[in-house]
Design a protein around this ligand. Sequence first.
Ligand SMILES: [Zn+2]
Length: 106
Amino acid sequence: MRLISLKGLQRQAGAAARWRGHRLRWSTIHGESRTIRVGVCRYCEAQVSIRTRVLPNEIAIGGEAVALNCPGKMAIRAAFDAAHYDAARNRAPITPSAVRAAKVRG
Ligand SMILES: [Zn+2]
């Protein structure tokens, strides 16, 4: 069995989640014999958990954040695009409030 450190697993899981548009906030759960780290997306709350000493019915990296794209990030991107479109049409500068307004409008 190939052993990867928790730090190495976190780097891999973080890269996969980032590729899917998530932005993770990590926390640590200390168990009796091992430590599990859980990353939660700031945008959509999808999770990824990583663990060393993997049991036969577990995987080292698992969770929605590495399996599914981030809908929260996509909504922010769509709002940003809409604000750019409005700004181009109105010849107005793009401001954070314009992005928020576009987001509310959907
Ligand atoms: Zn997300």
